[in-house]
Design a protein around this ligand. Sequence first.
Ligand SMILES: *Cc1c(COP(=O)(O)O)cnc(C)c1O
Length: 383
Amino acid sequence: MPGYELINKKDELREINKIFENGSVFFRQGFDKIRNGIFKTNDFEKLFCKKINSKYALAVTSGTAALRVALSTLNLKANDEIITQAFTFVATVEAIIESGAKPICCEIDETLNMSPDDLEKKITKKTKAVILVHMLGTSGNLNRIKKICRKKSITLIEDTAWGLGGKYNNKYLGTHGQIGTFSFDYAKAITTGEGGMIVFKNKKDFLKAKAWHDHGHENNPKVPRWEDTRNSSGFNYRFTEIQAAIGIAQLKKLSKIISLQRKNSKKIWSEIKNLKGVFLRKSPNNCFQTFDALVIKFHSKEKAIKCRNELVKRGLGTKILPEATTWHFAGDWEHIKLGNKRKDLKFNESRKILEKHLSIPINCFMTNKNITNIYLSIKKILD
Ligand SMILES: *Cc1c(COP(=O)(O)O)cnc(C)c1O
C-alpha cells in the first residue's frame, strides 16, 4: 500500500501550489471571482474516470464515507438487508449500520472474497444490495456474483478500497457493479491523507449521491448556492481542493506503483515457490492483481503462525493475516451487531481458510536483502 512512498515536492506540492497561486480557494465550488478557473476536485474526478473507464465519479472524505454515500442512493428502510463478506475491513459493515439497514455477512471462499454459494443462501426478500469487497488487491468471483445480483435485481456495490487499478476480465475493479467505492487513506495504493471516491454507472445515482454528500444541495446553476434547490436531506462528506491536488499527482503514479508492487511480489514468490508446502492465494481466472500484499497459503494454521513469528523475529512484518483479523474478520467482532442468525455468527468456514494464509506487505521499494530475509524466514519453517 505504498502511494505514500512516492510523495515528493516536485509533484504533490506543485499541484498544491497551483491552488495557492490562484486565490487559495480550498472549497470545491463557488468563489469563481478569485479562483482563476482552478477546480482541482472536478479535475481529479475527471482524471479518475478516465483512468478506470468510468462515467461518473464523486470524491468524498474517506473510503468509509464513500460506502455510506453510495448507500444513500438506495432509499433504505429499517428492515432492509445488505450482504457483504465476513473478511473485509470493519468500515464496510459500519457504513451499512449507519445507513439504517441490517448488515449480513457471508462466508468467503479460497479467493478470500465473497463465496457466491453462500451469497445465494443468504439472499432474502429484504436484500437490497450486495457489497463485494476485493480484499488485498484481488477480485472476488465477479462473474458469478454479477449473475446472482442481476437475476435477483439486487444492486451490486464493489468496495474497491483495496483494489484500485486491479482488473477482472480486463475491466477495472469498481466498474463491474452499479457503484464502486475507493479509499485514499494513508495505507492505500494512492493517498490524499484521507479521502475516497465513488464511481457510478447511472447518472441518476450519481446526482442523488452528489446532492446527499452535500446536505442535499443540487447545485442548481440558476440560483446562488444559498438559495439552492433540494429534494432530500443529506450530510457533509465533501472533499477539499488540497486533497484533490495531492490526488491528481498520486493518480498519475498509480500504474508505476502497481508495476513495482507486482515486480517485487514476483521476485519474492520466485524465491519461495520451490519450497514444499507453500502456495499462492487462489485468484479468479482473468484477474489482474495489484499485489500490495503477497498472500500465501500453508497446509496448516500452525505453519502460518510459525512463519509469522519467524518474520517478526527478523524485523519483518505481516499484514492482517494470520493475525490482526479483529478489524477484518466478522467472526472476531464482539462490538458489532450483525443481522445474521445467531448460529451463523462464527463464520467457521471462513476462519478455517483465513488461518492458513499469511500476507506479506509489499512496498514499491524493497531491497534484495529484504527479499532474501523473507525467503529465509519461510524456508526455515518449511525445511
Ligand atoms: C480502507 C478500507 C476502507 C475504508 O477506507 P477509509 O478511507 O480508511 O475510510 C473500506 N473498505 C476496505 C476494504 C478498506 O480496506
